[in-house]
Ligand binder design. Sequence first.
Ligand code: MEZ
Length: 570
Amino acid sequence: AGDLAGFHAALGGCAVCHDTNAVTAANVPDDERALNQKCETCHGDYKALAEKTKDLRFNPHASHLGDINCTVCHAAHEKPKLACNDCHTFDMKLPFADAAAKENWDKGVDEAAVAKALAEAPRETVDVLVIGAGSTGYNAAISAKRAGASVLLLEKHAFSGGNSMLAAGGYNAVGTPQQAKKGVKDSVESYIEDTMKGGRGKNDPALVKILAEESAAGIKWLEDMGANMDDLKRSGGAKVDRTHRPAGGLSVGPHIIDVLRAQAEKDGVPARLNSRVVKINLDADHKIESVIVHGKHTGYYKVAAKAIVLATGGYGMNQEMIAWYRPTFKGMTSSNNVTSTGDGIRMALNIGASTVDIDWVQAHPTVGKDSRILISETVRGVGAIMVNSEGARFVNELTTRDRASDAILAQPDRTAWLVFDSQLYGKAKMVRGYDHLGMLKKADTVGELAKATGMDPKTLEATVSAYNKYRAAGKDEAFGRPDMPLSIDKGPFYAVHVAPGIHHTMGGVAITPESEVLDIQSRPIPGLYAAGEVTGGVHGLNRLGGNAVADTVVFGRRAGEHAAKYALGL
Ligand code: MEZ
């Protein structure tokens, strides 16, 4: 069968898509931007395409992935592949779907090619090299650039965003205008106390203090770039409402990634896609010297850097690492992006970095059953209750994730249902997304909802009625839930089936408050910085909802600034 490349070539040669007819791998940039500009010239931009495909059951050009390269899905010289299906199972035909499959360029590491690149002179030299273009990486790269360093941001995947792209709930911050407007009484001390308690007291107190103290400045930093963080709610384990997200209850991750992508472009920070760092090299004095990159089209090459920021995320999608560090979670579904494979941890270990709490893995209690789709904690925060397959509550829905997950896993079928009504449906926009994905059961009465989900109608009716009474009296007599924002009495009623799934790997490389990575003698490795989920220490043994996005912004910025200072000798 033909492919997209052959089809276009028949219209006028390779130059229809490339800048020239004399195409070699070396003149196709790894980020594929130039190719995509050509696609847009003929087919229109993302917005125009979204309009054209708006009547499809799932509109692939209006997704939470944002404005990604056309070539991510519409590969020209190989079998096209729907990026959505990394997590979903959409039945969608792509043009030339029957083209021949080609071996994945990023499969394994060619050690001989690495050795050759090592022996060669660097192709490029930068002050600060940032590895991983999720929220942490973008924040680090933008702040390093603003601090005066030359910067290169490398991303192994075909589009940026990493795991941050999937963050639904929000960003925990204290002392923001949003909290003041809502009259929320909060303090840095209270944020620290909740975070330490959630982490079972094992967090590094110096890192938690920074997270809390700099959280509000991180919100302002994002707002100054154009983000909207005006919606405020409570997440599990927090005493007050401090989780910020876009107005209307939209998911936080796609929004901030859109904003950061645009800002990086404005600030002249190059984000090079399809570029996997496979090795970090130290010089004879054990200082950062360079990395070996594997580019999709350009092969293996060396980039010299004075400083590196590891922003590679966790290892929630690496089943081997899960089996090694947390065997009881082996085979469990994961809400993580396919990019969360622990590469940064492996490369740092290879150059003598130490780790903290590396075996602590968080299961999020509510991942859609038999799926990889996270049902955000927001749904419980805004007012849903959680019941078992009989229709009975069994836990305070706003407890920390480890406790909520353990409680679900103690139920006979190790699953639960979130139950809510039309009020919540109207308030939390992300719920409409779950509905669109066909994940919700819906009924006009609580009894009918029980029948639709296989629960016992009398039990569910009694559960909902008791909950409404507790709410009216202001005290949850059954499980001590601290906040019951909504009653459940305005039909239609909804339920979504959930089970725990791997969500966050709390441990990672050990860092100082300046984001320097420590070696096994607890001395900083000169020039190596890290932030976000690749690090350990911030979250202790259990992370609170909303603290990951805060971590990516607060410590991403810090890592970028300190790496720039080091590289510039300041
Ligand atoms: O911080 C998180 O992981 C979070 C708030 C997730 C969610 O449930 O939405």
